[in-house]
Design a protein around this ligand. Structure first.
Ligand code: 4AD
Ligand code: MG
Length: 522
């Protein structure tokens, strides 16, 4: 059999470690290199179907899924009986010949000659039928194996790669901030307190203050770690533990900060479009929006302008139209379901299955549409009555973004609603030199950042205004005592970015084991 030859990884004269291989079996995503050859595969049963003399097995091995065919005639009785024991998610290894087949998932199938079951599982809880999301969350450790979840995690991984690639090629140093901290960064209301020997400590809300110190040592740095917010709000955008990427740059003003944020987000989207076509297809992501934004400028508008747009007649009209559209859609969905139900009575088995699937989709969509119909009037209410000086809520961001196809940058927020460390606008002291990037399609804020206050006395004043104890921030104030310079930075929320790029409804599906209000297990 054509086994992969593991090379001796300890050989010093090999030129590249990339070519070194540990495994002697083949992965599904390598089948194209082994056409007409015999290979060994290891994995799990994703799905299966049997007939009298044939066993069709969808093998999942972490890199992809491929159809494997066991023909009674071409294997021993022993192998045929082994195959007979397989159930969903049983683990196995098999040997077979790789055949090109355009109809197969992935374009290849494997004609099996030998097979060994490693573990039979009889009652895997997640079946191809529909499950409620609570049930799936309880089984998150298994749900991760499902195709959509797999695809989303692959995109997440690629985004991580893109992030490092971008910053490393831009000359940034990755230097991480501590997770145990002695003070708050983003307000005291969302702190998780924990014991730290005789003291109390907080889980970090942001690595920013430390990034500022490191930027004074290295010029351009980024931190990348888990951050914690005791968010009591149950929304589709909030986690209590999420990952944040925080670049911090000495000598950058707000405009340079925005330039960097825009370039950064475009580079991530470009990378995902280039490397994750398959995953985006599995997720049924409409990629045209993503394609279109990479070559366009992201509009930059002030908070003042955003408020004006939010309260405009245009917006009100757009929402009225949206409500009409949704109502019409609901009628269309009901009609379609009615038709399908009629057809189902006399339909063949395969058609029945098709109809059931479509009906499931209709139910899911109807849920969304009904929710919109319930929400739109209050969204409109909130937009029309929005008061200057308050922060945008999730629905305000969604509405504001209705007319944009790319992310936008909203800058110069009222200082009142922003963090203590933000520098004020010299033209209007009531405004902070803050910037948020809002994603289109209802995904809301993915980036928050600002130029930082670099003057010692002003910063002390801000601490007082925010009731923050000077002792805890002495080290931070030192940065303004010793060679203070203008500087800026921002934080990108990884999970919200993954949700947006994948087109997922909720951030809970963007991280392997989400932590949110009411969710600590598994
Ligand atoms: O806007 P935030 O709070 O900004 C900061 O923490 C700054 N210190 C960053 C900096 O300037 N270095 O958070 C930044 C981003 C948000 O735009 C959002 O994408 C994400 O972090 N984020 C959350 N993501 C998931 N769940 C939550 N509870 C989040 N809170 C913020
Ligand atoms: Mg923010």
């Amino acid at each position: 059999m054509n086994k992969q030859q593991p090379k001796n990884v300890f050989m010093a004269d090999e030129s590249s470690f990339k070519d070194q291989r540990i495994e002697d079996w083949v992965y599904v995503d390598e089948l194209n290199e082994h056409e007409e050859k015999e290979v060994e595969l290891k994995g799990w049963v994703y799905n299966y179907r049997t007939s009298k003399n044939l066993y069709f097995l969808e093998l999942r091995d972490g890199t992809g899924i491929c159809q494997c065919i066991i023909a009674k005639d071409s294997v021993t009785d022993e192998v045929w009986n082994e195959a007979d024991r397989l159930r969903q998610e049983s683990s196995l290894k098999l040997t077979g010949t790789v055949k090109k087949d355009d109809r197969s998932i992935g374009g290849y199938e494997v004609h099996v000659s030998d097979l060994k079951v490693l573990n039979v599982t009889e009652d895997y809880p997640i079946t191809p039928k529909e499950h409620g999301v609570e049930f799936l969350m309880e089984n998150r450790h298994l749900w991760l194996r499902s195709r959509r979840q797999w695809a989303a995690m692959r995109v997440r991984n690629r985004i991580l790669y893109a992030i490092h690639n971008f910053f490393q090629s831009q000359g940034f140093q990755q230097l991480d901030a501590p997770i145990f901290t002695g003070s708050s960064v983003e307000g005291t209301t969302t702190l998780f307190e924990t014991e730290y020997f005789e003291e109390s400590a907080y889980l970090t809300q942001s690595g920013q203050l430390y990034a500022e110190a490191m930027a004074m040592a290295h010029g351009k740095v980024y931190t990348f770690g888990p951050t914690f917010r005791a968010e009591k709000s149950k929304t589709r955008r909030h986690l209590t533990e999420f990952w944040m990427i925080e670049p911090e740059m000495a000598f950058y003003d707000l405009n340079m900060n925005m330039d960097l944020a825009e370039l950064f987000v475009k580079s991530i989207v470009r990378e995902v479009l280039d490397s994750c076509q398959n995953e985006l297809e599995i997720l049924e992501r409409d990629t045209t929006v993503l394609e279109n934004m990479v070559n366009r400028d992201f509009p930059r508008i002030s908070y003042d302008e955003a408020v004006r747009q939010l309260k405009s007649d245009d917006t009100a009209e757009m929402l009225d139209q949206m409500l009409e559209d949704r109502k019409q859609e609901l009628e269309d969905l009901d009609e379609e379901e009615e038709e399908l139900k009629k057809e189902r009575g006399q339909a063949k088995k395969w058609r029945k299955a098709q109809i059931d699937q479509r009906v499931n989709e209709i139910h899911k969509r109807r849920h969304e549409v009904e929710e919109d119909i319930r929400n739109i009037p209050s969204w409109k209410e909130s937009a029309v009555n929005f008061e200057w000086g308050t922060d945008f809520g999730g629905s305000d961001e969604t509405i504001l973004m209705l007319k944009y196809e790319t992310p936008i940058l909203v800058h110069r927020y009222p200082a009142e609603i922003k963090a203590f460390y933000m520098k004020r606008d010299q033209e209007n002291e009531d405004l902070a030199l803050a910037v948020d990037m809002l994603a289109p399609e209802g995904y809301g804020e993915i980036i928050g950042g600002s130029e930082r206050e670099d003057d010692l006395d002003t910063l002390k004043k801000r601490l007082d205004e925010h009731d923050l104890p000077h002792e805890a921030f002495e080290w931070y104030l030192d940065l303004r005592r010793h060679g203070t310079v203008p500087h800026s930075g921002f934080g990108l929320g990884l999970e919200r970015t993954v949700a947006w790029i994948c087109g997922l409804d909720h951030v809970r599906e963007t991280i392997p084991f989400p932590r949110m209000l009411g969710r600590l297990h598994p």
